[in-house]
Design a protein around this ligand. Structure first.
Ligand code: ADP
Ligand code: ASP
Ligand code: MG
Length: 412
């Protein structure tokens, strides 16, 4: 008998029929004698619908009220799932984030979990019931409703698994595991049977939304056995492992990409100490996160160019700030581009292999794709390219690094 935390995402609970299918799956585990805690997302499209309503009223909706609003989506699914479980003879009780005391900080719309009280859940499990918890939501110390950022139900599930010391945390979704790249973009993408926490963390932070970044951080930190599986078909899914346990040791494990970034450059800035902080200080003060940063070497007139990327939603605000700073610094001009994309190759195998970057750059050159910016870490290389080449870049890198699925040929 095991204690399992299962999370079902939006598509998996997207209709009454699908909620009934989830109930049947959960009952299967109960019938085998497992204790089950289920975390559910809102029905697919619901969180976006609610955000849309808020934006009809306020361009930048009040963050506290936004959390009160978007947390309702998950409250619907916990109740419906418990009804579905009850109707097939499987006792269950639903709980909101506040009822199981998922306490977070007060950073509305991107709150971090600080503590969880497992007592209530344990007594329900001991009474033989399935515990169904609303994902994505918590409360702060003052009792305000908070949410954990988009995709946050993954983090709820991992955090509950850590608090309950569950035997496994299973993330059920609309694909049957973590793939070498988004299977909706590259047909030849292949399911990985394992991926390391480190690689998964890079993949998630570089744009693969199959798991929320914080859920992977949490699982790594608290050693939660984490698996991604399909809600719709049986299979082993993908196990997130530590490096030592990883049986697949390719140089590159996966390719991540995102279209959410925009690039800004300030040209002809006097090359003197303090310039970087004068440029990025006001951007940070406006709560705009900066991703890649590149400063060129000084030119003959002792000026330099400074380029960085921000989230596309922050582009207009960052550009306005930069225009002001350019005036103060007597820089030549500000230029920007919000039709860019970031493509990253990720793999712990990079540590022990030379020539990975060269191969990446050659592959892109062969397709005549211009690289605008490059950034590297120990286990990833990211490039910024024009958005229109994104799919071509991902596909050609996927083939060049031999990640494409191979047809299984029978040996007889
Ligand atoms: P859920 O609603 O279940 O949380 P998400 O839409 O958040 O599901 O995440 C699953 C989606 O992640 C898949 O449908 C797939 O398109 C996308 N995805 C992106 N990169 C990957 C990857 N490397 N492997 C698997 N899925 C990926
Ligand atoms: N419903 C929330 C979202 O759409 C949380 C989640 O699905 O994980 O982002
Ligand atoms: Mg998700």
């Amino acid at each position: 008998m095991a204690l399992i935390v299962q999370k079902y995402g939006g598509t998996s609970v997207g209709s009454v029929e699908r909620i009934q299918a989830v109930a049947a799956k959960v009952k299967g585990f109960r019938d085998r004698g497992d204790d089950v805690v289920v975390v559910v997302s809102a029905m697919s499209g619901e969180t976006n619908r609610l955000i849309g309503l808020a934006k009809e009223i306020q361009r930048k909706p009040l963050a506290r009220e936004m959390d009160v609003l978007v947390s309702t989506g998950e409250q619907v699914t916990i109740a419906l799932l418990c009804m579905a479980l009850d109707s097939i003879g499987c006792p269950a009780r639903s709980f909101t984030g506040s009822q199981v005391r998922i306490v977070t900080d007060s950073a509305h719309t991107k709150a971090r979990i600080q503590s969880i009280d497992d007592e209530r859940m344990r007594s329900e499990l001991n009474a033989g019931r399935v515990v169904v918890v609303a994902g994505f939501q918590g409360i702060d110390e003052l009792g305000n409703i908070t949410t954990l950022g988009r995709g946050g139900s993954d983090t709820t599930a991992v955090a509950l698994a850590a608090a309950l010391k569950a035997d496994e945390c299973q993330i059920y979704t609309d694909v049957d595991g973590v793939y070498t790249t988004d299977p909706r973009v590259v047909e030849g993408a292949r399911r990985l049977s394992t991926i390391t926490f480190e690689e998964m963390l890079e993949m998630a932070s570089l744009g693969s939304k199959v798991l929320q970044i914080r859920s992977v951080e949490f699982a790594g930190k608290y050693n939660v056995p984490l698996r991604v599986l399909s809600s719709f078909e049986d299979g082993p899914g993908t196990l997130i492992t530590t490096e030592e346990d990883n049986v697949e040791k390719p140089i590159i494990s996966g390719i991540a990409f995102n279209r959410d970034e925009a690039k800004l450059s300030i040209l002809g800035v006097p090359d003197q100490p303090g310039v970087a902080s004068q440029i990025l200080g006001p951007v940070g003060d406006a709560n705009i996160e900066v991703d890649m940063i590149v400063q060129n070497i000084a030119q003959q007139d002792n000026t330099t160019d400074f380029t960085f990327t921000v989230h596309r939603n922050d582009y207009d605000q960052a550009e306005a700030i930069l225009q002001r700073v350019a005036g103060e610094l007597k820089a030549r001009e500000v230029v920007g581009d919000n039709k860019i994309a970031k493509v990253s190759i990720v793999g712990v195998g990079m540590r022990s292999h030379a020539g990975v970057a060269t191969k990446m750059f050659q592959t892109l050159a062969h397709e005549s794709i211009n690289i605008q910016l490059i950034s590297t870490s120990e286990i990833k290389i990211s490039v910024i390219i024009a958005e229109k080449y994104l799919e071509l870049a991902v596909r050609s890198l996927h083939s060049a690094f031999e990640l494409d699925a191979v047809d299984v040929v029978s040996e007889s």
